[in-house]
Design a binder for this molecule. Structure first.
Ligand code: FAD
Length: 400
């Protein structure tokens, strides 16, 4: 019998974990290939520090080819362009066709930058959610240091990556103090969240109170349930007529799935995320899995202004391990019974504030009933970064 082929699209948090976990479990009894247009792994959580020169590209990336090679996983540097479930094949950006027995889609996120007009560095409006974006933000930050003025940090309607917006907000405040311009800059946080600390997760017990107190202490203004209309030079305009002036702004847009996801007919939601079961198999395809940001997650609530759900690192890894276990079962001729629903996963995150940090611990990713936000040292976030980079680079995906 031919060796089963597992093809993984994407080589970052979800893809790297799924690919190496399947290989670890089956060794020579499986061929695993990763297809990705990124030659480097990117530790996205540290993008918040790039604009201030606290991290370089080299600090937060590593080349993935050697990691996959030592795990005996084939790595192909190309983007998947289309997926054909009927022929069980994927066509890549060079026109090459790759057949699979099992497919894992871990293609992550794209950004919906057209959610409102004017989200562009030409309007001094930046976005740290990509590496090029974080590098552009560094240019904008330098400009602000030379000519200080009001700052807006925000997340648009539909955004879900609120943790990064908060972290960047607190780091901007810290860096403004460090550079002795804090008395010249008014900082305003503008968010679609219904209250501070909602995070697109339904909030944590005590979170709103703690963040309200902290923002007041740091003299940071805030506007919640904000619906943004547009950004024009020097001004953010909200749907209720509010105009917030700025010289520098960083606004997180909504995330959307990669276009390739939508080439599987009927498998995606309007945001191009793939609809999955708790096994991370697609709704209508037993042999195709989606994990991490590529997988659709729906919140059991609505907010007055639309918010997305943050799909963070820990749930991404959990999804990848769940998919890997199920693929291993299927290859062994067993039913794929491993299930981990997103809402039942714990929420664990460290939110950095420049020279201090807060650990966010909740019993569920969606609407935590029990949870705390605990002050922890800044070193906690740095330690998380160092550990995660080491673990991923070494392919030690079995570690927590
Ligand atoms: C600014 C920021 C800060 C964050 N902070 C935290 C934090 O503090 N803690 C935390 O837990 N999480 C954090 N997250 C979330 C975390 O980064 C995500 O959970 C994680 O990146 C999801 O991994 P993924 O593999 O699904 O997607 P990604 O990391 O986006 O990886 C997707 C991969 O797919 C590849 N790809 C793209 N298109 C294709 C294609 N057509 N074919 C094949 N491959 C493709 C990409 O090149 C990439 O390698 C943060 C995210 C951002 C953006």
């Amino acid at each position: 019998m031919a060796t089963p082929k597992v093809l993984v699209l994407g080589g970052n948090f979800g893809g790297l974990t799924a690919a190496i976990a399947v290989k670890h479990a089956l060794d020579e009894d499986v061929d695993v290939t990763v297809l990705s247009p990124s030659k480097d792994f990117l530790f996205n959580p540290s993008l918040i520090w790039v604009p201030f020169g606290e991290r370089t590209v080299e600090d937060i990336t590593f080349p993935v080819a050697p990691t996959f090679e030592s795990a005996d996983v084939e790595f192909i540097l190309a983007a998947a362009m289309s997926i054909d479930p009927a022929t069980k094949s994927v066509t890549d950006s060079t026109g090459k066709i790759h057949n699979y027995d099992y497919l894992v889609v871990a293609t992550g996120y794209d950004r919906n930058t057209t959610v409102i007009p004017g989200l562009t560095p030409a309007n001094d409006t930046y976005d740290i959610t990509t590496l090029p974006g974080a590098e552009e933000t560094a240019v904008g930050w330098k400009k602000l240091l030379d000519d200080p003025g009001p700052i807006v940090i925000g997340a648009t309607q539909g955004a879900g990556c609120f943790g990064a917006a908060y972290e960047f907000l607190f780091n901007v405040d810290y860096q403004a103090r460090k550079n002795k311009i804090r008395d010249k800059v008014q900082i305003t946080y503008v968010t679609a969240e219904p209250e501070l600390g909602h995070f697109g997760m339904g909030g944590l017990p005590g979170g709103e109170k703690l963040l309200t107190k902290f923002l007041a202490h740091q003299k940071i203004n805030h506007i919640t349930s904000a619906s943004m209309d547009e950004v024009v030079p020097g001004e953010l305009r909200l749907s209720d007529g509010t105009k917030v002036p700025f010289k520098f702004s960083m606004i997180v847009p909504p995330f959307i799935g990669r276009k390739v996801n939508a080439t599987i007919e009927g498998a995606t939601d309007p945001g191009d995320f793939l609809k999955v079961r708790p096994t991370y198999q697609l709704d209508d395809h037993d042999d195709i899995y989606a994990v991490g940001l590529a997988a659709q997650v729906t919140a059991p609530w609505t907010t007055p202004i639309k918010t997305g759900v943050p799909k963070t690192g820990l749930p991404t890894e959990t999804m990848a391990h769940t998919a890997a276990k199920n693929i291993v079962s299927q290859i062994k001729g067993l039913p794929p019974t491993e299930e981990k629903s997103f809402g039942d996963m714990p929420a664990v995150c460290v939110m950095d504030a420049g020279n201090k940090a807060v650990a966010i611990l909740g019993d569920s990713m969606l609407g935590p009933k029990k949870g705390v936000m605990l002050p922890v040292p800044h070193a906690a976030k740095v330690g998380f970064e160092k550990y995660f980079m080491w673990k991923s680079k070494g392919g030690h995906v079995q570690l927590p």
